[in-house]
Design a protein around this ligand. Structure first.
Ligand code: ADP
Length: 644
C-alpha cells in the first residue's frame, strides 16, 4: 500500500470544490457517469482496432445504492485503469501553473472544473470518502484500490477485482442524505443521462400489478442510446421526429409545427433537432426549453447565452462538444465557438423556414398563426433574421388570404397609394368593432389586414421604418377618404364660423372625463352615405399607447387620456340641416383661480330645439364604435323609443 499527496500544488482544491460548487453539487453524478461512458467507448474503439482482445461482454454502466453502507456506486466495464494510470490521471492533477490558475479563478470553480478535467473530483462535493476499484483491460494488469477522504492524502494498493472496468464508490456525506434515495438518483439520471450512448442501468424495472408495484427481473435502463438527433435525417420519418419530441417533453400534448435537423462539421461540431412549437400566448413560452448536450451528456436547459433570445422559444436539443462545459454564463457568451454557433443556428432556422414556405405556401400559411409570434420576435430582435424572414413572414387579410409584405404590397399598389405616393395598408385588430369602417373601405375596393397579434403593432412599425413610403393605418383611425387621400379633399360650402358654431354646440353635449377620455370635434366633408357623425382614433397616438403597454420608458404615452375624433360629416343631410342654426349666448360661469372664485363670461353655443337629435347622433357614433355602454346605452334606447 502506498500513501501520497494529490498533486495539486495548492492544497486547498477540496475546499474550493466543496464551497464553490455547492449550488450545483448534483453534477457529480453526471461527471462520474460521463467518465464511465468514456471508458466504455474507449474500450469499444480499442476493440475495433484489435487492441483489446476477446469478447467485450456486458458493457452496461450500473448505478447502485447501498443504504446500510451509505454508498453510491457507479460501475463500468470499460478500459479500467492500472495503478500507474490512477497515479497519472487521478493523483497528479498537477498541471503547469496550477496555483496561478487557481488564484486567478478562485471565484469560478466551475471554470476550473470544466477546463482542467476535475470531473472526477466533483465526487467530493457530496462524499466524505471516495474509493476507486479498477481493473484495466490490459493483459497482466493488477487491479488497484484507491481511497481518499477529501483531504489531499490518498492511499493506493493492489486488490482483486473479478471483472474488467471501474467501480467508483462514494461514501455519501451525512449532509446529503438525498443522494442515497432511489427517487433522487433516478431523477438525476433521467435528467443528465437520458440520451447517453451506453446503457445506464439503475435497479430493476418496476411494474404496476393488481394495484401494487412489483419488481421485474429486467434491469431498469434509463437512457435511449440512439436518440433521433444522432441518426441520419434520411433514416427518420416525420413520425420519428414527433416521437422524439414527446420523449424529450413527456408532458407536452401538442405536436410541433416543424422541425429542423442540425448537422455541422465545420468550423465546429454541432448536431441537434429544433422544433417549432405552437405558441398561442406569452404564457406558453419557456415551458419546454431547448436542452443542451455535449456528446449526448445533458449539460443545461439554460441556453440563453448560446442562442439568440427569440430562438429560446423553440424546443429541442443541441449537441456540441465545442461548447465548453461547466463554465460560467458570462464566459460562455464571449466564447468564439458559441458566437459562431448562434449565428449558424439563426441562419439555419431562417433557411429552413424559407424552404418550407417555398415548397408549400398553403401548408406554411396554415401553420402561420401558431408560428408567427416566434418569427415576429426574431424579426424584431435580430437584424440578420429580419432580412431573411421578409421572405416568409406573412400578413393575413380579412378573407383569410396570406401573403408576404412584398406580395401584399404588389397586390394593393394599384388602389392604395395616396396622392403623395404613400402606400397605405389598412388593418383592423377587431373586425366586429370596426365593421362600418371595414365596409366603407371595401366599398372603395380596398383590402383590410387582420392584425390582432401581440407583436403586430411592433412589426408594422418596423416595416414602416424599412420602407420609406409605407404606412399602416387602422381602418377606424379616420374617414376612409382621409386615410387614403386620392385628390384634394372634398370641400363643403360652409364658412368656418358656421362650422365652428356647430362644433361648439356638439362639444357642449359630449360626455367628459378629461383624465381618461377626450373627444375632439371636427367637421369633414366625408361621403354622403357615410354616417352623419362618427368616431375615429388617431393612428399615431393609439399605437404609442398600445406600445406603451408592452414597453418600458413609454409610460408618458400610457398616461395620456384615450382621445377620439368625433367627426361631423358635413356631406350628410342630417348635419347639413343643423348648420347655421346655432345660437350664441353669453353665459356667466364661476371658476376658481388662485384659490379665489371668479366669474367669467363665456360664449355658449346651442342649437335651439335640437338637443335630443344631437344627442342621438352622438350616441349613434359611440354605438357604432362600441363605446356606448351602461347608463348611456339605456338612455339612448329610451330616447330612441320616445322619438319613434
Ligand atoms: P476528464 O474526464 O475531464 O478527463 P476526470 O477527472 O473526470 O477528468 O478524469 C480524469 C481521468 O481519469 C480521465 O481522463 C480518465 O483517463 C480517468 N478516468 C476517470 N474515470 C474513469 C473510469 N471510470 N474508467 C477509466 N478511466 C477513468
Amino acid at each position: 500500500m502506498s500513501k501520497g499527496n494529490i498533486g495539486v500544488t495548492s492544497d486547498n482544491i477540496f475546499p474550493v470544490i466543496k464551497k464553490f460548487l455547492y449550488s450545483d453539487h448534483e453534477i457529480f453524478l453526471r461527471e462520474l457517469i460521463s467518465n464511465a461512458v468514456d471508458a466504455t467507448q474507449k474500450l469499444k474503439t480499442l476493440s475495433s482496432v484489435g487492441e483489446a482482445k476477446g469478447d467485450l461482454g456486458d458493457l452496461r454502466v450500473r448505478v447502485s445504492i447501498d443504504k446500510d453502507k451509505k454508498t453510491l456506486t457507479v460501475s463500468d466495464h470499460g478500459i479500467g485503469m492500472t495503478a500507474e494510470e490512477v497515479d497519472k490521471y487521478i493523483n497528479q492533477i498537477a498541471f503547469s501553473g496550477a496555483e496561478e490558475f487557481l488564484n486567478q479563478y478562485k471565484d469560478k470553480a466551475e471554470a476550473i472544473i470544466g477546463h482542467f478535467g476535475l470531473g472526477f473530483y466533483s465526487a467530493f462535493m457530496v462524499s466524505k470518502k471516495v474509493e476507486i476499484f479498477s481493473q484495466s483491460y490490459k493483459e497482466d494488469a493488477k487491479a488497484v484500490h484507491w481511497s481518499c477522504e477529501g483531504t489531499p492524502e490518498y492511499t493506493m494498493e493492489d486488490t482483486i477485482k473479478a471483472e474488467r472496468g471501474t467501480d467508483i464508490v462514494l461514501h455519501i456525506d451525512d449532509e446529503f442524505p438525498q443522494y442515497l434515495e432511489n427517487a433522487t438518483i433516478e431523477g438525476l439520471l433521467r435528467k443528465y443521462c437520458k440520451f447517453l450512448p451506453v446503457e445506464i442501468a439503475f435497479g430493476k424495472k418496476k411494474e404496476w400489478k393488481d394495484g401494487k408495484e412489483v419488481e421485474l427481473d429486467e434491469e431498469n435502463i434509463i437512457n435511449d442510446i440512439n436518440p433521433a438527433w444522432t441518426r441520419k435525417p434520411s433514416e427518420l420519418k416525420d413520425e420519428d421526429y414527433d416521437k422524439f419530441y414527446h420523449e424529450l417533453y413527456p408532458m407536452q400534448m401538442d405536436e410541433p409545427l416543424f422541425h429542423i435537423h442540425l448537422n455541422v462539421d465545420y468550423p465546429f461540431h454541432l448536431t441537434g433537432i429544433l422544433y417549432f412549437p405552437k405558441i398561442k400566448s406569452n404564457l406558453d413560452v419557456h415551458r419546454n426549453k431547448i436542452q443542451l448536450y455535449c456528446n449526448q451528456v445533458y449539460v443545461t436547459d439554460e441556453v440563453e447565452n448560446i442562442v439568440p433570445e427569440y430562438l429560446t422559444l423553440l424546443h429541442g436539443v443541441i449537441d456540441s462538444p465545442d461548447i465548453p462545459l461547466n463554465v460560467s454564463r458570462s464566459y460562455l457568451q464571449s466564447d468564439n465557438n458559441v458566437k459562431k454557433i448562434s449565428g449558424y443556428i439563426t441562419k439555419k432556422v431562417a433557411d429552413k423556414l424559407a424552404e418550407l414556405y417555398k415548397a408549400d405556401k398553403d401548408e406554411f400559411a396554415k401553420k402561420w398563426d401558431d408560428n408567427k409570434m416566434f418569427i415576429q420576435f426574431g424579426m424584431l430582435t435580430d437584424e440578420k433574421f429580419y432580412e431573411k424572414a421578409t421572405g416568409f413572414a406573412l400578413y393575413k387579410n380579412l378573407d383569410g388570404q396570406y401573403a408576404t409584405l412584398d406580395e401584399y404590397m404588389d397586390k394593393v399598389r394599384e388602389n392604395q397609394v395616396d396622392k403623395d405616393g404613400n402606400m397605405i395598408i389598412l388593418y383592423t385588430n377587431d373586425p366586429d368593432a370596426h365593421y362600418t369602417f371595414i365596409e366603407r373601405a371595401k366599398a372603395k375596393g380596398y383590402d383590410v389586414l387582420l392584425q390582432d397579434g401581440e407583436l403586430d403593432v411592433h412589426c408594422m412599425s418596423q416595416a414602416e421604418q424599412k420602407h420609406e413610403k409605407l404606412r399602416f393605418v387602422r381602418v377606424d383611425s379616420d374617414t376612409i377618404e382621409n386615410l387614403i387621400k386620392k385628390e384634394d379633399a372634398a370641400k363643403d360650402e360652409y364658412t368656418d364660423e358656421q362650422k365652428e358654431g356647430l362644433r361648439k354646440a356638439f362639444e357642449a353635449l359630449l360626455p367628459t372625463d378629461a383624465d381618461k377620455l377626450k373627444y375632439n370635434v371636427t367637421c369633414e366633408a366625408a361621403a354622403a352615405d357615410a354616417l352623419p357623425v362618427f368616431l375615429t382614433q388617431n393612428e399615431f397616438m393609439r399605437r404609442m399607447k398600445e406600445m406603451a403597454a408592452h414597453q418600458q420608458g413609454m409610460s408618458f404615452y400610457g398616461q395620456m387620456p384615450d382621445s377620439y375624433n368625433l367627426v361631423l360629416n358635413t356631406s350628410h343631410p342630417l348635419i347639413q340641416e343643423l348648420v347655421g342654426k346655432e345660437t350664441a349666448e353669453e353665459v356667466q360661469e364661476e371658476v376658481e383661480k388662485d384659490g379665489k372664485k371668479e366669474t367669467v363670461v363665456k360664449t355658449a353655443y346651442k342649437l335651439e330645439g335640437e338637443d335630443e337629435r344631437m344627442k342621438q347622433l352622438i350616441d349613434i357614433a359611440l354605438l357604432a364604435s362600441g363605446q356606448l355602454k351602461g347608463e348611456a346605452l339605456a338612455k339612448f334606447v329610451n330616447r330612441s323609443v320616445e322619438m319613434l
